[in-house]
Design a protein around this ligand. Structure first.
Ligand code: 6R9
Length: 663
């Protein structure tokens, strides 16, 4: 049986196996006795939701001006939390820990892929962030200006984000694996004035380049005035005098003192682009006070963080929301010590992660199911070579975790001792929403289980009615929460249409879910045209647009097919232009066409979007109204008989495609 037969991509896929899961892992007495979370958190939050969040915001953050107002949802769906309070995110993440006498505590244990290391204390971080903030100001960046960040996983990525936050300049981090084209559209959408990048970074034992992609993006026309370039690999890079500035020079010239700019709680902290159901990525907007409060709260309770003794490691890249909330903001606001690792898990060997856990005595590990399944595939001998006894909490995020992977994570990595927390949330939610609490919840392998204290979720049927226990439907959030997105950058209508129009007055997340007999929630994956490949969100439409932008492609349809390792994989069906087919036939270039198109997608979007397979077809299955029936293509891509074809305009199309697949 494939691992994925138990995790359906859509509610109609059926989840019968999952709901038969009866294993339960109650917290041990020792863990519960020392846990941050207590069962009464739920009751306190239920009794007075707003009072509960106000208490968390005051306890976990330092405000330069206290708030009197907690939630204002009068302009729904845009919420204001702690609206009349003022604070600074970088001050909360850095300075106040130094002022409290923790300047010598390690903030970041950085490990480069080649094995170079840097230890950065909170005092070091304060100096670096202050210098970087002064450097940005010297380049003309003011409060409210946007700054794009395109960096590998090096300390400067965190420093750059915090430097922006320090001056109240919203950052827009673009994942380093995205192409020049993707970078260009994100820079322009946010109208960034400055880009912070590096010459390159280390990946799979090699120095890969980043700066050339920035040059290529800027050549297409952008409002960018300056590019700050971190020297990471020392490779030669093209240089534009006057525009490009060396990070090291700019920081050396800047003062190590900088007064953080106090902003309103609702001041924009960042924009982060994520794939939606149309071709154009959405710039998800997060603001300061509510976002930080929920990041800090969830990080403290879901991971049971003890900042004095824990070593925390989240393997996410800062290009994704997990890297924002659980590398940069949550952990640093809580004064945690964390590991930051630049490279891949199998360089130089398949035990690199476990080597790092042993070396830094990591006690809390937060990673994605795709990584866990990859490690499962490699085998237990790799973690087995290392002492992993420091681990005490394991977290999972990004996609549904199948019970087999959950069990392996707990047994092989956690010695059958550590709680595993499966955390459901999204770029849009800003912070964890549904998760067990270690020390409180009896965990069920494969289920995110319960909304956190102060969070309200429900599973609704087609007509918007809550499903009974045992039923399945659509996951919605029924009450505003502090870290919720405040909109889509520059597109309020799309914000409303995407999330708030399906069910009156409720946020529809785009995920299918079921409630089991105990009322616990099981996530089933996306119900829209968004794929989840290795925990990364990709839009079918965006990849289709990329394919169609190639001159030889007439039409394209993309589906996410189940994949044992990556969760889903991109499978594309393309119709070539007639003249292109003739030319390819003459030259005998069939295979080259596929390779060419895969590379084209990598160039347009990024290597993560490369289709696993591309099938050249003569026709696509369409309804009479011309809608491509992706459901049928998914059947083919997953090796099944195609389902109901009666709504097709031409039902013979599927036979032709299946034959093509068998060849
Ligand atoms: C944090 C993050 C969000 C989508 C979300 C859902 C899927 C995330 C999950 C999960 C099941 C979990 N997802 N965590 N599905 N169980 N624990 O991943 O944000 O990149 O915006 O993706 O990921 O489908 O809607 P983002």
């Amino acid at each position: 049986m494939s691992q994925h037969e138990t995790t359906a991509a859509t509610p109609e896929g059926g989840l019968e196996n999952l709901l038969r899961e009866e294993r339960s892992f109650p917290p041990s007495e020792e863990f519960a006795a020392q846990a941050n979370a207590r069962p009464d958190l739920y009751e306190r939050a239920a009794a007075d939701r707003e009072g509960f969040w106000a208490e968390q915001a005051r306890e976990l953050l330092t405000w330069s001006e206290d708030f009197t107002e907690v939630l204002d949802f009068s302009a729904a769906p845009v919420a204001r939390w702690f609206g009349d309070g003022r604070l600074n995110a970088a001050y909360n993440a850095v300075d106040r820990h130094v002022e409290a006498g923790h300047g010598d505590r390690v903030a970041l244990h950085f490990e480069g892929e080649p094995g170079d290391t840097r230890t950065i204390t909170y005092a070091d971080l304060k100096e670096q962030v202050s210098r970087a903030a002064n450097a940005l100001e010297a380049l003309g960046v003011r409060t409210g200006d946007r700054v794009a960040i395109y960096l590998p996983m090096i300390p400067e990525a965190v420093i750059a984000m915090l430097a922006c936050a320090r001056i109240g300049a919203p950052h827009s981090v673009v994942f380093g694996g995205f192409s020049a084209e993707a970078l260009h559209s994100r820079i322009n959408d946010a109208e960034a004035r400055v880009v912070i990048t590096a010459d390159g970074g280390y990946r799979r034992g090699k120095a890969s380049a980043l700066k050339p992609a920035v040059d290529e993006a800027l050549a297409k026309g952008t409002p960018v005035e300056h590019v700050l370039v971190v020297e990471r690999t020392g490779q030669e890079v093209p240089w534009t005098e006057g525009r490009d500035v060396r990070w090291a020079d700019a920081l050396a010239a800047a003062s190590p003192e900088h007064t953080p700019v106090d902003v309103e709680a609702e001041h924009p902290l960042f924009i982060l682009y994520t794939s939606g159901t149309t071709g154009k990525p959405k710039g998800i907007l997060h603001t300061t006070g509510g976002y930080l409060a929920q990041c800090a709260f969830t990080h403290k309770y879901v991971f049971d963080l003890k900042p004095e003794t824990d070593v925390y490691w989240c393997t996410a890249d800062i290009g994704w929301v997990t890297g924002h909330s659980y590398v940069t903001y949550g952990p640093l606001v809580n004064g945690a010590t964390q590991v930051l690792y630049e490279g891949t898990p199998d360089t130089p060997g398949k035990d690199r992660w476990w080597d790092l856990v042993e070396k830094y005595k990591v006690s809390i590990l937060y990673t994605a199911p795709t990584a866990i399944r990859t490690c499962m595939k490699w085998g237990a001998e790799y973690p087995g070579k290392h002492d992993l006894s420091s681990l005490r909490v394991l977290g999972s995020v990004g996609e549904p975790i199948n019970p087999e992977a959950w069990m392996w994570y707990r047994r092989t990595i956690g010695a059958d001792r550590t709680p595993v927390v499966d955390t459901w949330w999204q770029t849009e939610t800003g912070a964890i929403m549904i998760s067990p609490l270690p020390g409180v919840t009896a965990a069920k392998p494969g289920s995110a289980q319960v909304p956190l204290p102060g969070i309200s979720a429900e599973v609704l049927d087609e007509r918007g009615q809550p499903v009974p226990n045992g039923g399945g439907g659509y996951l919605v959030l029924t009450q505003p929460w502090p870290a919720m997105l405040r909109g889509i950058w520059g597109d309020p209508q799309r914000f409303y249409d995407t999330y708030w129009s399906r069910f009156e007055g409720m946020y529809f997340a785009g995920d299918g879910a079921k409630k089991d007999d105990d009322g616990d929630i099981w996530l089933l994956g996306r119900v829209d045209d968004v794929m989840n490949v290795s925990g990364h969100r990709l839009s079918t439409t965006e990849i289709e647009s990329a394919l169609v932008s190639h001159p030889i492609v007439a039409e394209a349809a993309v589906v996410g097919a189940k994949d044992d390792t990556t969760g889903q994989a991109v499978v594309a069906f393309v119709i070539l232009r007639a003249d292109a087919i003739e030319r390819a036939d003459e030259a005998g270039e069939g295979a080259d066409v596929v390779a060419e198109l895969r590379n084209h997608v990598a160039k347009e979007i990024g290597p993560i979007a490369k289709p696993r397979s591309i099938l050249v077809v003569a026709e696509l299955p369409k309804t009479r109204s011309g809608k491509i029936m992706r459901r049928l293509l998914r059947d083919i891509a997953e090796g099944r008989e195609a389902g109901d074809v009666t709504t097709l305009a031409d039902s013979s199309v599927m036979d032709q495609i299946s034959k093509g697949m068998q060849r």
